[in-house]
Design a protein around this ligand. Structure first.
Ligand code: TEU
Ligand code: CA
Length: 559
């Protein structure tokens, strides 16, 4: 029997602060903007929010480049604003989870500035510094945002390592002093009353013992970081220590951004003795991606999506809980990515919502997902702010794509798809700001917005409220949270169906990705046994042949 934890039954919500709600008209969302919308979050029903970084930052990577971990960036507000948010969230029983970015800091962090002043001194050891050998960089790894991971330190012959942008130097976790300072900072925040942390890019903190070359996988002569990480071991010592020194004594929730857990390692990451409470399930987000870049990626089909979900559910059963998502601030909008074009309507969006939300694990809703916000379609690279998209645009051109083709690729995958401002209403700028938004809204805000859905019992927003309600309902909650996932009809293309088997209770979730009506037969599911809990249409037709699902219909019921 799995030990129960306080966070098991929660529903989490990710806020991308820059684009959530702007309280002062400067076009940038902020902390008072989040506080102002706490009642909205309560109305939706979520009980935990993860807020992407709001620390002091030059914002080369939207706050994922931190210049001071103990300060709030003035564009987001003040520490008093943060304290107020924590207090008001607590009153509403909403736990606040902050982003923990400790693989790297900003090149404008005091530590890095001191390292530049004296690379051979104390602070030089906070980073990975190397010199060229025989005119060559120490190794041929490619940073996630393009180009080599090595950058020359201003005015010296030392090079520092950055697996992300050159404005994000990697912190040297091998140095115990660095680890101490990180734990101290984590505890400082947890003592303020955070519910926990989402831990950014954490799998990168352990580098192989030697900075060595791997076979190049593109014409640039560099190799993907995935190859490097696959050849790295020993991260567990760091993660265990961090857990014991910080999260565990605070009984904090922790969710790791872990892409590359190796086979058989899952239990180390999230078991009862795991490094984290949970990790995100990225199997479906990486499905179809290629080391060549976005232009070579293949969009997953509904059958791919189903296979990914079921593989993850099987892998995790009996070990712990994944955190389940269909999108986040790094990914395209889920409804644009996983639904076939003709299914991108309210009914199809509810289908995808129910299918992912009812999986075993902790559901995370990314802001705007509850309204069915879609990818924005960018016409020119000038409309794109994200550094990753700008790099991938170049990769497209180098691969011989025309600018128009490159923009098509970027529009499909750009991280800015998810970063456009929240669509509160049909008013100017979607009610997000009274000023000029830092990033243009999706033009569809006049049709897709909260105001229009809030009082409509058939809206996607209302559907998410019901899904959350089901997760909390004393009658079903144990099954929804702890029930085992048992896939059925796995070979039936276009159909995704599974049981959640609880103690003395079984819930069926079944959906049809196609436009045509489908007859499905599942042992034990018939007119006498099935009781509907939620659907995106009416009752499914049940007769002696089985269950008939309309095009895009999803049903959740007790059997
Ligand atoms: O992302 C880490 C990561 O490896 C990817 O999601 C990466 O950003 C993506 O493949 C590039 O297209 C985390 C954050 O979620 C992301 O926003 C940051 O940019 C990154 O770390 C660096 O802090
Ligand atoms: Ca603002």
């Amino acid at each position: 029997m799995m030990k129960k934890e306080w966070w098991h039954g929660k529903t989490a919500y990710q806020i991308y602060p820059k684009s959530f709600y702007d309280s002062n008209g400067d076009g940038i969302g902020d902390i008072p903007g989040i506080t102002a919308k706490l009642d909205y979050l309560k109305e939706l029903g979520v009980d935990m929010v993860w807020i992407s970084p709001v620390y002091l930052s030059p914002c080369a990577d939207q706050g994922y480049d931190i210049a001071d971990y103990y300060q709030i960036d003035p564009v987001f507000g003040t520490m008093e604003d943060m304290d107020e948010l924590l207090e008001k969230a607590k009153k509403r029983e909403i736990g606040v989870v902050m982003d923990l970015v400790v693989n790297h800091c900003s090149d404008e962090h005091e530590w890095f500035k001191k390292a530049c002043e004296d690379p051979e001194g104390e602070y030089g050891k906070y980073f990975y510094l190397e010199k060229k050998k025989e005119g060559k960089l120490p190794c041929n790894w490619r940073s996630y945002f393009g180009g080599p991971v090595w950058e020359q330190m201003p005015g010296s012959d030392w090079y520092y390592l950055h697996v992300f942008h050159k404005k994000q130097p990697d912190l040297n976790w091998e140095n115990p002093v660095v680890r101490e300072r990180i734990y101290e900072m984590i505890n400082w925040w947890l003592d303020k009353g955070l519910a926990g942390f989402r831990i950014d890019a954490i799998i990168n903190i352990k580098k192989p013992q030697m900075f060595k070359d791997y076979p190049p996988d593109r014409e640039d002569g560099l190799c993907d970081m995935g190859t490097v990480l696959a050849d790295t071991s020993g991260i567990g010592d760091f993660l265990r220590e961090m857990r014991d020194r910080t999260f565990r004594p605070h009984e904090a929730f922790s969710v790791g951004e872990v892409f590359n857990a190796k086979d058989g390692e899952l239990g180390d990451f999230v078991g009862e003795e795991g490094y984290f409470s949970s990790i995100f399930d990225f199997r479906q987000t990486v499905e179809g991606k290629s080391v060549d870049g976005w232009y070579a990626a293949r969009i997953p089909t509904p059958d791919d999506y189903k296979r990914c979900c079921f593989e993850s559910q099987r892998e995790m059963e009996g070990t712990g809980f994944y955190s389940n998502i269909i999108e986040n601030h790094d990914e395209p909008r889920g409804v644009s990515h996983y639904l076939p074009k003709e299914a991108r309507n309210s009914k199809g969006k509810k289908l995808l919502a129910a299918l992912y939300f009812m999986l075993k694990g902790l559901p995370f809703i990314y802001q705007g997902q509850e309204l069915g916000m879609e990818n924005r379609c960018f016409a020119s690279i000038d409309e794109v702010d994200d550094i990753s998209s700008r790099d991938e645009y170049q990769v497209c051109l180098e691969a011989g794509l025309s600018p128009a083709e490159a923009m098509e690729v970027v529009s499909r995958y750009s991280r800015d798809n998810a970063r456009t401002p929240f669509q509160w209403s049909g008013e100017e700028n979607g009610g997000f700001t009274t000023g000029k938004p830092w990033l243009g809204l999706n033009e569809n805000y006049r049709e897709i917005n909260l105001e229009q859905q809030r009082n409509d019992p058939d809206s996607l927003f209302a559907f998410y409220q019901k899904l959350i309600g089901l997760r909390k309902d004393p009658e079903y909650r144990d099954t929804v949270v702890y029930g085992k996932t048992e896939p059925v009809l796995e070979e039936e293309s276009g159909i995704m169906a599974y049981f959640r088997q609880g103690e003395g209770q079984r819930i069926l979730v079944a959906g049809n990705f196609g436009q045509e009506e489908r007859l499905i037969r599942i042992d034990g599911v018939d007119k006498g046994s099935f009781r509907l809990l939620l659907s995106n249409g009416g009752e499914p037709v049940l007769d002696e042949r089985g269950m008939v699902l309309e095009g895009l219909q999803v049903v959740i019921g007790v059997v």
